[in-house]
Design a protein around this ligand. Structure first.
Ligand code: ADP
Ligand code: MG
Length: 558
């Protein structure tokens, strides 16, 4: 038995190499460099751990997260490997012991934070030791195009110059063609062997739905499909993480919050419980999950839109590492688009960086609104072609219905234009639907030719139209008031030279009901008459529900 096979069996307890692991290991054993693209859960760690053990000297692993290093080192030590890490969390005396062991050749694997490598002190230390390889994990951190760029990763190109005879391996689960090229260029790996595994995760069912009542949607999802199972719920903000976790607990689930604002001990505890106990739901910001190795995560739900397809794919990739059926559910709404555009605009990167962020967001939105196979679109994004629709995503399982939205789109675009392209979606929709609210009157928008031309659709249907027009680039959302503006792409549509098919709202999401329940009484109703007004409204709503007449039509002749 040769060394890699023996290590696989005796140190890690597995019988067979998976996918391209063997070829990758052989490349390093032969002293050559490798660039590895493998989906999350594919087994990247063994690709450097085994040759590090099989070759003389210590393997140096660059890893971006302290928590990740600690987990790996702990697991390696448990398997009898002499492993350690050096990062800012380590007391000085401890670090010194690690350094001594390294120089004495008593270390198999050393994990380093990237910022350590820019210190001359660290480089001197490494020069005094025998090294078997350099592994750069989560290599997409070197890419400014990628979503977790780390400036310290840029320094890593010095490894090649300073240690020309030590083979290097860079690994990532997240790389479209462009990022891949950037990683190769920035890490000086153009001559390395590239190993690109399929990114397809056939056991994950991708589902993307519009936000209607996200809590209700989540609850229904959990109750009907994932009762008692482990999963991750991602939210964009810390407050939302906490409120969602609390709410899930009230619904009888064991839900634990996880975000960068919680004390380190609490985060560690929640992560530990998630790994060890059954049926735990972690509600988290994106801070959670890098390197989390739990095989039986049955679902990943996003209650907010991820910033990019890369982020979405990496986060959903945490589901179903054991190969068993799992679900990735994403709920998104227009407010997400607005929030994320805002975050991109406010970020303190360069103009180019902002343009990239916004391009990535648009690609993500495109994925949400497509009416064809999600998996095909996803894989295509990562440079891989799936010949047939997958049959295991929402659009394959329930092909979305479309409707001719040309007229609605023209109405909306005209209304945006007539109101001066300086109002957000809510106001434009109020004008379209002939709402009598104060803001509409204050701006004299109740006298416009587009006032009240949109009573044929509910407010949520109008929001869906708006969202799709934004996603498809007919409208832009701008500035602190999230004003809608027309783009050049509108012209053919407004001139009647183009027709547009829009995705239909799912029937239960028909907005009339929830809109009606939120209606505010017109100003001329005296306070004493409010109960009467409410009662009348309820009657009309009932009538409307029973006879399928949208309630606002009834309201308007009131
Ligand atoms: P990645 O870094 O690509 O996300 P990991 O290296 O963390 O993936 O591996 C994911 C899981 O797969 C781990 O539980 C690991 O032990 C397991 N694994 C990796 N290679 C093999 C193999 N050859 N046989 C069985 N299990 C494996
Ligand atoms: Mg990994």
């Amino acid at each position: 038995m040769d060394a890699p096979q023996e290590i696989l069996e005796h140190v890690f307890g597995y019988t067979r190499f998976r996918g391209q692991q063997r070829q990758i290991i052989d490349t390093l054993m032969a002293g050559r460099d490798a660039l590895v693209l493998m989906p999350t859960g594919g087994g990247k760690s063994l690709c450097y751990q085994i040759p590090a053990l099989a070759r003389p000297g210590c393997g140096v692993v660059i890893s971006p997260l302290i928590a990740l290093m600690q987990d790996q080192v702990e697991a390696l030590r448990a398997a009898g490997v002499r492993a350690a890490y050096l990062n800012s969390s380590l007391p000085f005396s401890e670090a010194q012991r690690v350094e001594e062991a390294l120089v004495r050749g008593e270390m198999d694997l050393l994990y380093l934070a990237p910022e350590r490598l820019s210190q001359t002190r660290t480089l001197e230390l490494l020069r005094r030791a025998e090294l078997s390889l350099f592994a750069i994990d989560e290599a997409h951190c070197v890419s400014q195009w990628g979503h977790d760029f780390r400036a310290d990763y840029l320094q890593l190109n010095c490894l090649h110059e300073q240690f020309p005879h030590v083979p290097r391996i860079a690994l990532t689960a997240t790389a479209d063609r462009r990022t891949r090229a950037e990683i190769a260029r920035r890490l000086d790996l153009e001559n390395a062997e590239h190993f690109v595994s399929s990114f397809d995760r056939p056991n994950i069912q991708y589902r993307i739905a519009q936000k209607d009542n996200p809590r209700r949607q989540l609850l229904q999802f959990l109750r009907s499909e994932h009762q008692g199972q482990a999963g991750i719920v991602y939210c964009l903000s810390r407050t939302k993480v906490e409120s969602t976790a609390n709410w899930l607990c009230q619904q009888g689930y064991t839900a634990l919050p996880y975000h960068a604002g919680l004390p380190a001990e609490m985060r560690a505890e929640h992560q530990r419980r998630f790994l060890r106990e059954d049926g735990i739901i972690v509600v988290a910001t994106i801070a959670f999950g890098m390197g989390i190795d739990k095989p039986d995560v049955r679902f990943v739900a996003h209650l907010d839109l991820p910033k990019s397809i890369e982020a979405y794919y990496q986060e959903t990739g945490r589901a179903g590492r054991d190969g068993e059926p799992s679900t990735a559910l994403l709920l998104y709404g227009l407010e997400d688009v607005v929030k994320l555009s805002q975050m991109a605009a406010d970020s303190d990167g360069s103009e180019e960086h902002k343009r990239q962020e916004s391009a990535r967001l648009n690609a993500m939105l495109g994925l949400c609104e497509i009416t064809s196979c999600r998996r095909q679109a996803l894989l295509h994004y990562f440079g891989e072609e799936l010949p047939e629709p997958c049959g295991n995503c929402d659009t394959c399982l329930n092909p979305p219905q479309t409707w001719d939205g040309t007229e609605a789109a023209a109405k909306l675009l005209s209304c945006v234009y007539r109101t001066g392209q300086r109002f957000g979606a809510a106001h434009v929709i109020d004008v379209l639907r002939g709402s009598e609210n104060e803001k509409v009157r204050k701006f004299g928008h109740d006298t416009l030719s587009t006032y009240g031309i949109g009573t044929d659709l509910s407010a949520s249907e109008w929001r869906a139209v708006t969202r799709q027009l934004v996603v498809r680039g007919y409208l832009e959302v701008e500035g602190e008031f999230h004003s809608l503006r027309l783009t050049e792409a509108c012209r053919p549509l407004l001139r009647g030279e183009e027709r547009i098919q829009l995705r239909k709202l799912p029937p239960k999401a028909k907005g009339a009901r929830s809109d009606a329940s939120k209606a505010t009484p017109p100003a001329e109703i005296a306070p004493a008459d409010l109960p009467l007004w409410e009662a009348l409204r309820a009657c009309r709503k009932q009538l409307a529900d029973r006879h399928g007449v949208p309630p606002y039509v009834v309201f308007h002749d009131a």
